[in-house]
Ligand binder design. Structure first.
Ligand code: GDP
Ligand code: MG
Length: 437
């Protein structure tokens, strides 16, 4: 699944202090796949990853950030930007402010008209009027009445009138005469874009000059949504997009594609059939949703937890001051044991495998090492140089090991200290970084 794929991609990155072309390409391939999975148009996904790649390459990784996290941030920021960056408000100027709904049949216009009326009534202290301009189906007018009743908002309709332009104009007169300050005009849609429908909505649009023309689109329609949006935008030059049915398992990639193609902000999203299932559209949240960011973020956190950052920093300081002792060695061993295979880790440090070549690193070796260190006195642990032959014999006896094993540990410790020092230099920072330092 996606999070596994990103896990793998980000794992590759974690070993590197600098984001390189190769590991960025690897990761962005996964990001692109995620976008395509989310129904983002191929060209848009490609352009997007190219842009992020350019930004990422050569950028130094801040000491407090993992490279993977930085890339996640770049991707998220860029996606957010792509979807408009900031929250786009709805234009409520005009008295009354006139809002026109457009979109295909079944996209959710009637439902959203009700949701918006309810939102403006309860959250913005407005007095909205709903207008039924879907003249083709009596059931459509009835549907709007049901919606209006459920939220306590008046519905204006003229069931005998077959001219939506007139109905809309009369409704605005009615609103002015009766103190309504918002007029929401619900219109008829067709199953696909056709001339008749387009002409009709265009006529209504011209006649009532809305303050806000909204294009309503079902997020689950994916790629088709883009073409539909374009067709409506060509005729209406609408002001904003409403993305409905985001409560389904859609990832919402349509949001990116639509924004890229018509360059109009997404203003609200619909997240259910009930009247309160409406949300202001937050580009950043959509970016997170598209990337499955929840997964990625927790993943990065998990990787970080494996090494206690503070501990790693403390040890780095000690190494720098030549104060690295057996207690630290012990805690390093415990950290390494938490993380898994030591040989794999060492193998990632350039030059380290050579330095460690005659040192046996076996997991069960840790048992003896721990026993030996536990038999040392605190002074011996912090100043290993004190450990002479006499002390070695005592330690071996106390830990139930042989003096050769103590010798071997001393040698191992020596190598480890050297390696730690080496990691402070260029090319050696990787392991420390991985350790959260
Ligand atoms: P219209 O033809 O554009 O007016 O679309 P409707 O408002 O009649 O909605 C069509 C169907 O989609 C109805 O069954 C609605 O209940 C449903 N619907 C609308 N918005 C949402 C939404 O955000 N989530 C879900 N799950 N269903 C929705
Ligand atoms: Mg309808």
């Amino acid at each position: 699944n996606l999070s596994d794929k990103l896990d793998k991609a980000f794992h590759i990155l974690k070993g590197h202090g600098k984001i390189t072309e190769v590991n960025v390409a690897e990761t962005l391939k996964e990001v692109r796949r995620a976008l395509l999975d989310a129904d983002v148009n191929f060209k848009i996904a490609k352009d997007f990853t190219t842009k992020v790649k350019e930004k990422a390459i050569g950028q130094d990784v801040l000491t407090t950030l993992q490279p993977g996290q930085l890339l996640v941030k770049l991707v998220k920021d860029e996606l957010t930007e792509l979807m408009g960056g900031d929250v786009a408000g709805i234009n409520l100027s005009g008295n009354p402010s006139i809002i026109l709904m457009s979109g295909l049949q079944g996209s959710g216009k009637t439902t959203f008209s009700g949701k918006l009326a309810n939102y403006l009534l309860t959250k913005k202290n407005k007095k909205p009027l709903l207008v039924a301009c879907d003249i083709y189906r009596p059931a459509a007018i009835q549907q709007l009445y049901v919606v209006g009743d459920s939220i306590g908002v008046e519905v204006y309709s003229e069931p005998e009138n077959k001219n939506p332009v007139e109905i809309a104009q009369n409704a605005i007169k009615h609103a002015k005469a009766n103190g309504f300050n918002v007029v929401i005009v619900d219109t008829a849609g067709r199953l696909a874009v056709d001339e008749e429908m387009m002409n009709e909505i265009e006529r209504v649009h011209k006649a009532i000059q809305p303050n806000e023309t909204l294009f309503v689109v079902d997020a689950m329609t994916g790629q088709d949504a883009v073409n539909t949006a374009k067709a409506f935008n060509d005729r209406l030059n609408f002001d904003g997009v409403i993305l409905t049915k985001l409560d389904g398992d859609t990832r919402g990639g349509a949001a990116i594609s639509i924004k890229s193609v018509v360059n109009k902000p997404i203003k609200f999203v619909g997240t259910g059939e009930k009247m309160d299932a409406i949300d202001v559209f937050y580009p950043i949240r959509m970016a997170e949703r598209i990337l499955g960011m929840g997964d990625v973020v927790s993943l990065v956190e998990r990787a970080q937890e494996q090494f206690d950052e503070q501990e790693a920093r403390k040890i780095q300081k000690k190494i720098a001051k030549n104060e690295f002792g057996f207690d630290d060695f012990l805690s390093q061993i415990q950290q390494v044991k938490k993380m898994g295979n030591m040989k794999d880790l060492v193998g990632m440090i350039p030059g380290a495998s050579k330095a460690m070549k005659d040192v046996e690193i076996e997991d069960d070796a840790f048992k003896h090492i721990e026993a030996i260190i536990h038999s040392m006195t605190p002074i011996e642990r912090s100043k290993p140089a004190l450990i002479d032959v006499k002390r070695k014999a005592r330690i071996a006896k106390g830990s139930g090991t042989k003096i050769e094993q103590v010798n071997q540990l001393m040698k191992q410790f020596d190598q480890m200290s050297k390696m730690m020092k080496m990691m402070q230099g260029p090319g050696g920072k990787n392991l420390m970084k991985m350790m959260g330092g």
